[in-house]
Design a protein around this ligand. Structure first.
Ligand code: NAD
Length: 290
């Protein structure tokens, strides 16, 4: 396929590289980053999009996505599909799908989980919103860039799945970290805490697969000085998107709201920026009740 790829940063760069390796013709555009070896470099987003069967975007936020979409949609060939893999607000995803639909194009919101490691290894999970026809067109590309693609529903459903998942993740990480900090203060050995909780009803992905306590459980960013991994500021972004969506939909999400506030403080007022989101554990460890 001929693929336009816009946004070649930490995630987009290796995703585009995997498409090139699989034999697709990739034309890349980024304001700063260079395209991977084997991909052509466009000088504008519209140039990358023109004549492409599929245009993939991997951009920082919804405002940038909307601006890029306004530029590329008029340049795209009739019947082509615009597939956004960024994590953005549900409203922007739906607005871009509408813009593309009005121009006779297909559109998908297809945010990912798996991080830079998954993007490099081609093992991302895609959560996809949009029509069956658009999903069928892009499915072979999801197979190259990822290990799983779930078609979640209509436009916006992919972003909805992503922010709901990450709201659970943020809340669970905080719960796991505050429980470890309490266990410390009660004189309970961390390994014993892990042995019990990881096989009891308090178990979770954050405890069992990504344990925030160094030296306990499988290897995780905690064992590497809390170097990300999944950075606290990216968790904060996703938690804020969940709260933006909850407000728009009038959903009561007190735990998500608290998690967004805690990660906000951690990143913006404490030492959380640039650290893995599991560094909430040393944060709690260093604090008392107030
Ligand atoms: P990044 O900042 O490394 O890359 C974004 C790229 O977009 C940059 O290279 C930037 O130059 C480019 N860009 C910005 N504005 C542009 C424009 N108008 N035209 C063309 N290019 C433009 O970010 P990333 O880590 O690659 O993340 C991209 C998206 O993926 C984000 O929405 C993020 O939330 C999501 N995501 C990231 C991770 C992760 O672990 N990094 C995991 C899952 C999802």
């Amino acid at each position: 396929m001929k693929i336009g790829f816009i946004g070649l940063g930490n995630m987009g760069g290796p995703m585009a590289a995997n498409l090139v390796r699989a034999g697709h013709q990739v034309v890349g555009f980024d304001l700063a980053a260079a395209p991977p070896a084997g991909a052509a470099r466009a000088t504008t987003a519209a140039e990358a999009a023109s004549g492409a069967d599929v245009v993939i975007t991997m951009l920082p936020n919804g405002a940038i996505l909307r601006a890029v979409a306004a530029e590329v949609v008029p340049a795209m060939a009739p019947g082509a599909v615009l597939c956004d893999c960024s994590t953005v607000d549900v409203e922007s995803a739906r607005a871009v799908a509408e813009m593309a639909g009005a121009a006779g194009l297909g559109a998908l919101d297809a945010p990912v989980s798996g991080g830079v490691g998954g993007a490099t290894a081609g093992t991302l999970t895609f959560m996809v919103g949009g029509t069956d026809a658009a999903f069928a067109t892009v499915a072979p590309l999801f197979e190259i860039m990822g290990q799983k693609a779930v078609h979640c529903g209509a436009a916006g459903a992919g972003q909805a799945a992503k922010i709901c998942n990450n709201m659970i993740l943020g809340v669970t990480m905080i719960a796991t970290c505050e429980a470890f900090a309490l266990a410390d203060k009660l004189g309970l050995d961390r390994q014993k805490m892990f042995d019990v909780v990881s096989t009891s009803s308090g178990y979770s992905w954050t405890m069992n697969a990504y344990c925030p306590a160094p030296g306990v459980g499988p290897t995780s960013p905690a064992d590497n000085g809390y170097k990300p991994g999944f950075a606290a500021e990216l968790m904060l972004k996703d938690l804020r998107l969940s709260q933006q969506a909850a407000e728009a939909a009038d959903a009561d999400t007190p735990m998500g709201q608290m998690a967004a506030a805690l990660y906000g403080r951690f990143v913006e007022e404490e030492d959380g920026r640039g650290r893995d989101f599991s560094a909430m554990l040393p944060r709690f460890e260093a604090r008392g009740r107030t």
